[in-house]
Design a protein around this ligand. Structure first.
Ligand code: XIL
Length: 339
């Protein structure tokens, strides 16, 4: 079986999201197929910093450490995911020590210390960070409002048009590790109003020297988006002089809003998936060769371990990756590996 990491080495890095447990259960695939890793959950605030306070006792570094060590041992690059996100963040982060809602200063202080703790611990081992994840709205407003960050520290006191917590997060990360490449990461930013919101945000941050890249998550389906849409988005972000990565790629066999289910993957859908993956990677190779795309990370490695089994429909089996539940290459693998 060919190695995607090797096949793509001239163009871009190929990565996978992992848990500490998948380093064991999926070791063979990881070691042969990818040269970049990201923690699927282990670096998220709720997991790495579950308890208030700043001492070692407030952090749980063991799982993230194990993944970072595995990457280092095998010469893989490591992405950091994620410092500031509205999900998987404990409620205490936004609560005042004396009860009630925390002040903006309190929240920003916690954020700064958290960022400092992670970036100093993993300096030289984690080369890029998703500093802010999913801050943009899907609706008519610009900014996501259902976020503790937005509610407590989202005012725009300096009048730069960006909620202050976002700019601060990037500033704190820059100070904490000037050598780290800092990313804004989001879903749905390949098209429409959200793409332009992401573009405007990235542009402003770039003008202030605070950002190095944009992560397009890539939680797509076998029905959408069209590869031409993806191409334009990558070109648009790249035109800012930023690195662009696809950071969380998986192609659900269900279209958005489809709540049907199957016991096994229907061969017809498996074929559509193979052709969609093939079309996307043709674009990825071309743009990578032109210096406009740096890496593609899958959100998992094989279909036996995918978050889509519980999203958006809890307990519904999905088959979004290149390897099947038995870790064998799917038709989609061959259409990505062969050209
Ligand atoms: C998901 C994980 O895959 C799940 O295991 C977890 O329960 C929830 O988060 N966008 C992101 C990722 O940026 O962090 C999310 O990961 C998927 C959507």
């Amino acid at each position: 079986m060919p190695s995607l990491a090797q096949r793509y080495a001239p163009f871009l890095r190929v990565g996978a999201a992992v848990e500490r447990s998948t380093l064991v259960t999926h070791a063979d695939l990881l070691l042969t197929q990818v040269n970049s890793l990201v923690c699927e959950n282990a670096m998220k605030w709720a997991l790495i910093h579950p308890v208030p306070g700043e001492g070692e006792a407030s952090y749980r570094f063991a799982d993230a450490d194990a993944i970072v060590d595995f990457a280092a041992e095998h010469g893989m690059r490591m992405r950091g995911h994620t410092l500031v996100w509205h999900q998987q963040v404990p409620e205490w982060v936004f609560r005042a020590s004396g009860g009630g809602m925390a002040s903006k200063a309190e929240v920003l202080g916690r954020m700064q210390r958290h960022i400092q703790a992670l970036l100093s611990r993993y300096r030289g081992m984690v080369s890029c960070w998703d500093v802010v994840n999913e801050a943009l709205s899907d609706g008519p407003q610009t900014w996501r409002a259902d976020s503790g960050w937005y509610r407590t520290a989202g005012s725009d006191d300096d009048g730069d048009g960006i909620p202050d917590y976002i700019v601060r997060a990037f500033q704190y990360a820059r100070e904490a590790d000037p050598s780290a490449r800092l990313f804004y990461n989001d879903y749905g930013i390949e098209a429409g109003a959200k793409r332009e919101r992401a573009y405007a945000l990235a542009k402003t941050l770039k003008e202030r020297g605070l950002i190095d890249g944009v992560g397009i998550q890539g939680h797509w389906s076998i029905h959408a988006p069209d590869e031409g849409v993806v191409r334009s988005a990558i070109e648009r972000f790249s035109s800012l002089g930023l690195a662009v990565e696809i950071t969380e790629l998986d192609l659900s066999v269900f279209g958005w809003g489809d709540i049907s289910s199957f016991d096994t993957l229907p061969p017809a859908l498996e074929r559509v998936q193979a052709s969609r993956y093939g079309a996307l990677f043709r674009v990825f190779r071309e743009l990578a060769e032109a210096g406009k795309l740096q890496a593609v990370t899958f959100w998992g490695i094989a279909d036996d371990q995918t978050w889509l089994d519980n999203f958006p429909v809890k307990g519904r089996k999905d088959w979004p990756l290149l390897f099947d539940v038995m870790h064998r290459p799917k038709p989609a693998f061959w259409s990505v590996a062969r050209w």
